[in-house]
Write a protein that binds this ligand. Structure first.
Ligand code: PMP
Length: 352
């Protein structure tokens, strides 16, 4: 029996998301998943697991609400921001009928989630400055229910112009939700659009503990929106999305001390990023280092794929972007520890 014949047609055709872990590699310098390079220490305070967890753990919500400057009814917590990307589609898009729109080069899960669910995708590539092509979006809004905009954008590292986001919100009014993916916003906190929620009922913001909070292994993310959006997501989320140990550690990460630690991570990474970018820019092999509002750099080489392969063979694992739309020959490099950044610089210096 060919089980593949039983698989849904769109899943048969689906190319799964090429996550850093799925791509694999062998090495000791891991700069391909935009993780924080050092593990903070946590201890579990709750040792009993015989009962189901709270569906939406109150302490986690209250602390995140306070951190983000919103009310806890404007939040839903999920298994990473990745789950939130999909929950929005499940709640708002009719399969085979509605579309999502996103602007490549950008994060790959918008496409994969939509394809998994049988939701159509529309792409409007960003312009030469990696900013929104507002005219192009306007001409493609038919059937669109969700517009995903990543700021700071992964993999390019730039912020999207706030004025353009406002124009987009006006354009999408009464038709689509505008989802601003702020997974990396702690590295440029001034750029958050969270204070706009009062003015835009169709604004949605995605956040995560995976990046600046240094908890990618925890799998904990947040959606911030007005209550009617949150209520719709509550209908489709799994009954107990957060395991007891996850909620336990998330609450600790969101304590006063946890947030201070996160801010130190950001200071460290932003300092390290400046030094790393300056050192990269000195290398003859580097064509361009793009400004980054995030914890990674998008770097252009003459032959990005070759650079990626050479470092891969030395156990330095970067993220190859040579196949992504609009960023030929680019490589995304997560900011690591000083030693990890130095290992990259010395490996690149050795290439002629
Ligand atoms: N959005 C963006 C832009 C990301 O880069 C990532 C992580 N790769 C996510 C969302 C998903 O984050 P999480 O780990 O919270 O699922």
């Amino acid at each position: 029996m060919d089980i593949n014949q039983l698989v849904r047609k769109n899943v048969q055709q689906l190319t799964p998301y090429q996550s850093a872990r799925r791509i694999g590699g062998n090495g000791d310098v891991w700069l391909n998943a935009n993780e924080y390079p050092i593990a903070p220490h946590f201890e579990l305070t709750q040792q009993t697991l015989n009962r189901y967890p709270e569906p939406q753990p109150e302490q986690v919500l209250d602390r995140y609400a306070q951190y983000a400057g919103v009310m806890s009814e404007q939040l839903i917590v999920s298994r990473g921001a990745d789950e939130a990307i999909e929950l929005l589609m499940r709640a708002f898009c009719e399969p085979q009928q509605d579309s999502i729109l996103y602007c490549p080069p950008t994060y790959g899960m918008y496409q994969v989630s939509a394809e998994t669910l049988g939701i159509k995708t529309k792409t409007v590539p960003t312009n030469a400055q990696w900013q929104l092509d507002l005219e192009g979006i306007k001409n493609n809004l038919d059937t669109v229910k969700l517009i995903y905009v990543c700021s700071p954008n992964n993999p390019t590292g730039n912020l999207i112009n706030p004025e353009d986001i406002k124009t987009l919100l006006t354009m999408a009014k009464d038709q689509a939700l505008v989802v601003i993916d702020e997974a990396y916003i702690e590295f440029s906190p001034q750029a958050s659009v969270v204070t706009w929620l009062a003015n835009y009922p169709h604004l949605v913001i995605l956040r995560t503990l995976s990046k600046a909070f240094a908890l990618a292994g925890l799998r904990c993310g947040f959606t911030i929106a007005n209550k009617p959006v949150i209520d719709a997501l509550q209908k489709v989320i799994a009954p107990y999305p957060l395991a007891v140990p996850v909620a336990d550690i998330a609450a600790q990460a969101l304590s006063k001390e946890g947030i201070n630690n996160m801010k130190l991570h950001v200071l460290n990474m932003n300092n390290q990023k400046q030094k790393f970018a300056a050192a990269l820019a000195q290398l003859p092999i580097v064509e361009q280092v793009y400004p980054s509002a995030s914890n990674y750099l998008c770097v252009k080489f003459q032959d990005g794929k070759d650079v990626f392969n050479r470092l891969w063979n030395q156990g330095i694992i970067l993220r190859d972007q040579s196949k992504s739309t609009g960023i030929n020959n680019m490589t995304r490099i997560t900011i690591g520890t000083q030693a990890e950044c130095e290992a990259v610089i010395s490996a690149l210096s050795a290439i002629n």
